[in-house]
Design a protein around this ligand. Structure first.
Ligand SMILES: CC(C)(COP(=O)(O)OP(=O)(O)OC[C@H]1O[C@@H](n2cnc3c(N)ncnc32)[C@H](O)[C@@H]1OP(=O)(O)O)[C@@H](O)C(=O)NCCC(=O)NCCS
Length: 178
């Protein structure tokens, strides 16, 4: 399991120790507004940690908890996974943060490190990201990362805004690599 680090964050593969921080984040309606639309229950958080641990063992990537190095606080979570959990689908990058940590660049900082891991270490040819069409904050993270808008696509029972970036595009935009 791969721990990644950035200037301000440590990205730790989900573990039981992250339960309190993840549950605090995922029970917040502001966080879940464009994801499931309802707060996550403690049972769901527990099941998610277990599911993610299996994926780490199977795929070698999945969700990381974003830990602020200065405080040790869990500020968010981010992932590299296959769209819809199906290995036949392209890779997807995703993120969420506790609202206290919005507008500080943490999602973009984690996303750059995960993109570098995906293209450089895993060797994925293409990275995609999707969000609710009204989720402009998430779309801005995709744009800041250098992703291209591809149109509206149906994923997770939702008409989503889809973005993508090839490995070549990533290497051609060194300013995005942080
Ligand atoms: C999506 C989400 C993670 C985006 O969070 P965010 O804080 O806007 O994104 P970042 O952490 O990249 O921060 C970027 C913002 O911080 C500002 N910022 C402040 N300090 C910064 C720094 N040191 N570095 C970079 N940006 C900084 C940027 O200007 C930018 O603001 P802007 O978009 O108004 O220009 C957050 O809104 C969220 O958790 N939403 C709920 C969950 C969710 O919907 N997840 C996505 C599902 S698809």
């Amino acid at each position: 399991m791969t721990v990644l680090t950035t200037i301000r964050l440590r990205l730790e593969p989900f573990a039981e120790a992250h339960f309190d921080g993840l549950q605090t984040m995922n029970r917040d309606p502001a966080v879940m507004r464009y994801i499931t639309g309802r707060p996550e229950t403690p049972e769901e958080t527990r099941a998610a940690i277990e599911r993610v641990q299996k994926r780490w063992a199977e795929w070698g990537y999945s969700w990381w908890a974003l830990i602020e190095q200065a405080s040790g606080e869990l500020v968010g979570a981010a992932c590299l996974q296959h769209l819809a959990g199906d290995r036949a689908n392209p890779h997807e990058i995703g993120w969420r943060l506790r609202p206290e940590y919005w507008r500080q660049g943490y999602a973009s900082e984690a996303a750059r490190e995960i993109a570098a891991f995906a293209f450089g270490t895993v060797g994925v040819p293409l990275l995609r990201a999707i969000c609710d069409q009204a989720n402009t904050a998430s779309a801005r993270v995709m744009q800041r990362l250098g992703m291209r808008y591809c149109g509206v696509e149906r994923w997770y029972d939702c008409d989503t805004a889809a973005y993508e970036m090839t490995r070549e595009e990533w290497h051609e935009t060194p300013d995005r690599r942080g």
